[in-house]
Design a binder for this molecule. Structure first.
Ligand code: SF4
Ligand code: SF4
Length: 503
C-alpha cells in the first residue's frame, strides 16, 4: 500500500531550493574540545535555570550546573570537566543580541564524567521518569527548545493521546543534522521514542520524514521493525516540518487556531529529542551536546556533534573556515533563522544550523513596493491566515485587529514574504507586532502588580492603625480591655458593665 495515499496535504507552502547536498554527504564528525565553554543558563522556553556553581568550583562532565526553576524549565549541565571561571552575563545567540547569564568553564582537557547511571524506565512511576528527563535537561531540539518533560505529561491537557508523531521532516533548506542523525543513529532514536511512547501510551506512533531523505527513511524503517511504529514519507514541501502542518499531513486533523496539537489528541517531538532521551535513559547522560549543521559559505560544510557552549567561530573553523564573501551568519535556516551579531556566541540546545550566508545565499535586496493586493501571500500561507491584513494592521499599530486576524497563529515561516511581488518584509512586521503586544502585556502585568502592591500597603497601614488604636484603648483608663482576662479592680480600667459577663 502506498503510504503517500494516506497523507492530507496542508494549504499553501513552497517548493524551495533545498541545498541539502552541501552538508549531508559526510558522516557526523565529533566536535573538537574547546579550551573554554560558555554555557547559557537559559537554553529553553520557560524559566532560566538557577546557577548551582560559582567561580572557582571544579566541575565534572555532565554535572548539573543549573537547577530547573518552576514547572516549565530544564536543567543545564557542564559539557566537560574543568573549572568555573565566571557566572555572569555573556553574549548569547538571540535575535536581540542581548547578553544573558552564563556559566563559563575552562576545560581541564580530561573529559572526566560524573557517575552515569542508566535508568530502568519501566520500573519508574511516570512522574519520576519525567523528573529524570527534566533533570537531564531534555528539551525539543528542532529549534523550539520546549522542555520535553512538560510535553510528556498529558495531565490537564488531554486524557488520552491518539497519535505520537516523531518529526524527521527537516523541511528548511540547508539543514541536514536530523537527516544524518537518522541515517547513523536510527536505533538510538527509536529507543528514545519507546520511552516517550511508554509515557504517553498513544494509539499509534507515526514518523514523518520528507521524501528527499531516502537513506534516513530506510534506516528508520529498519530500526522500527517489530515496534508497530510507522515511517511515513511526506512530500518535500516547506514547511511540512512545522508542528501543525505535520499533524495535518499525517492525521488530517486541524489544530485549532491558537491551540496545540495535543488539543486534537496528537503530540510531536523531533527525532534529535528522541535520541537525547535515549542517551539520558540508557546511558545516564544529560543533554550536553547536539548535532549541528555548519554550512553555506564555509570550506567543508558538514555536521558536527559539538558540546553546548562551543563558540560558533570554532565550529566554522572545524569546517575549514569561511570562504570569501560571507555577509551574514544565520542561526537556523534561511527561512526561519535569525542573523547573529557575532560568531563568538556559544552553541545552545536550540541551534540546529549555522549558515554562513554570502550574497548568493541571501535574497537580493529589492526595494519595497506598495501592496497590490494580489493575494499571493494568502495562497502561500500554510496557517490559512490573511497575511496582507496582518501586515496592514501591524503597520498601522492596530494590534487588537492583528490579533483578531490570528497574528499568534503565524508560525513565521516566511512563505508570504518569499512570494510577495512587492518584496514587503511581511514577517518582520508580524514579529514587530508580536513583540509590541508582549511588551504591552508585560506593562499591564507590571501595572497590575503595582496596583496590588499599593492596595496591600494601604490595607497593612489601615490594619496597623487599628492595632495601634486598640492598644491605646487598652491603656486608656476607664476603657474595657479587648481581650478577656482577670477583672481589673475599679479605677484600673474596669470593664464596661454592658460588656461584662458577670453583671
Ligand atoms: S503578496 Fe504582497 S503584494 Fe500581494 S497581497 Fe500579499 S502583501 Fe500584498
Ligand atoms: S509567516 Fe505567518 S502569515 Fe506568513 S505565510 Fe507563514 S504563517 Fe502565514
Amino acid at each position: 500500500m502506498n503510504a503517500l495515499k494516506r497523507l492530507f496535504p496542508f494549504h499553501g507552502g513552497l517548493k524551495t531550493v533545498r541545498h541539502k547536498a552541501e552538508s549531508n554527504q559526510s558522516p557526523i564528525q565529533p566536535g573538537i574540545l574547546p579550551a573554554r565553554l560558555t554555557v547559557p543558563l537559559r537554553q529553553h522556553i520557560g524559566a532560566m535555570a538557577k546557577p548551582r556553581v560559582q567561580p572557582g568550583d571544579r566541575v565534572l562532565k555532565g554535572q548539573m550546573i543549573g537547577q530547573p526553576e518552576g514547572y516549565i524549565s530544564a536543567a543545564i549541565h557542564a559539557p566537560t570537566s574543568g573549572v568555573v571561571t565566571a557566572v555572569e552575563s555573556r553574549p548569547v545567540p538571540h535575535p536581540s543580541g542581548l547578553p544573558d547569564l552564563c556559566v563559563v568553564i575552562d576545560s581541564d582537557g580530561e573529559e572526566r564524567w560524573m557517575d552515569r547511571q542508566p535508568v530502568d524506565y519501566r520500573a519508574l512511576h511516570p512522574s519520576e521518569l519525567r523528573n529524570v528527563l527534566r533533570n537531564a535537561g531534555i528539551v525539543g531540539l528542532g529549534g523550539a527548545a520546549f522542555p520535553s518533560a512538560v510535553k510528556l505529561n498529558l495531565g490537564g491537557q488531554s486524557e488520552w493521546l491518539e497519535t505520537l508523531i516523531l518529526n524527521g521532516a527537516e523541511c528548511e533548506p540547508w539543514i541536514t543534522c536530523d537527516d544524518r542523525l537518522m541515517r547513523e543513529r536510527a536505533a538510538g532514536i527509536v529507543a528514545g521514542l519507546r520511552v516517550m511512547a511508554h509515557l504517553l501510551e498513544p494509539r499509534e506512533v507515526l514518523i514523518g520524514i520528507e521524501a528527499d531523505k531516502p537513506e534516513a527513511i530506510a534506516a528508520m524503517t529498519d530500526a522500527c521493525a517489530g515496534t508497530g511504529y510507522e515511517v511515513r514519507p511526506i512530500p518535500t514541501r516547506y514547511p511540512s516540518g512545522s508542528g501543525k502542518q505535520l499533524v495535518k499531513l499525517l492525521t488530517g486533523k486541524e489544530t485549532p487556531v491558537e491551540g496545540l496539537p495535543v488539543d486534537v489528541g496528537v503530540q510531536c517531538f523531533n527525532v534529535a529529542t528522541a535520541y537525547t532521551v535515549h542517551r539520558a535513559i540508557d546511558h545516564g547522560e544529560p543533554l550536553i551536546s547536539r548535532v549541528v549543521t555548519v554550512t553555506g559559505h564555509v570550506r567543508q560544510p558538514g555536521n558536527i556533534e559539538a558540546l553546548l557552549g562551543t563558540p560558533f567561530a570554532q565550529l566554522v573553523e572545524q569546517c575549514g573556515g569561511y570562504r570569501d564573501g560571507v555577509e551574514r551568519l544565520i542561526m537556523g535556516g534561511p527561512m526561519m533563522g535569525f542573523a547573529l551579531h557575532s560568531d563568538e556566541v556559544p552553541l545552545t540546545k536550540a541551534a540546529n544550523c549555522i549558515l554562513a550566508a554570502s550574497a548568493a545565499e541571501l535574497a537580493p535586496e529589492q526595494s519595497v513596493m506598495p501592496c497590490i493586493r494580489c493575494g499571493a501571500c494568502v495562497e502561500a500561507c500554510p496557517a490559512d491566515l490573511l497575511p496582507q491584513q496582518l501586515y496592514w494592521h501591524a503597520r498601522a499599530r492596530e494590534f487588537d485587529k492583528a490579533r483578531d486576524y490570528h497574528l499568534f497563529s503565524c508560525i513565521e515561516c516566511g512563505c508570504c514574504s518569499y512570494v510577495c511581488p512587492s518584496h514587503i518584509p511581511l514577517v518582520q512586521y508580524y514579529r514587530y507586532a508580536k513583540n509590541e503586544i508582549w511588551a504591552q502585556e508585560k506593562e499591564k502585568e507590571k501595572a497590575e502588580l503595582a496596583r496590588r502592591r499599593h492596595q496591600a500597603r494601604l490595607e497593612r497601614l489601615e490594619r496597623e492603625k487599628q492595632e495601634r488604636e486598640a492598644k491605646l484603648r487598652q491603656k486608656a483608663p476607664g476603657k474595657a480591655p479587648l481581650t478577656p482576662g482577670p477583672s481589673p479592680t475599679r479605677g484600673e480600667g474596669s470593664p464596661d458593665p454592658a460588656s461584662s459577663s458577670n453583671p
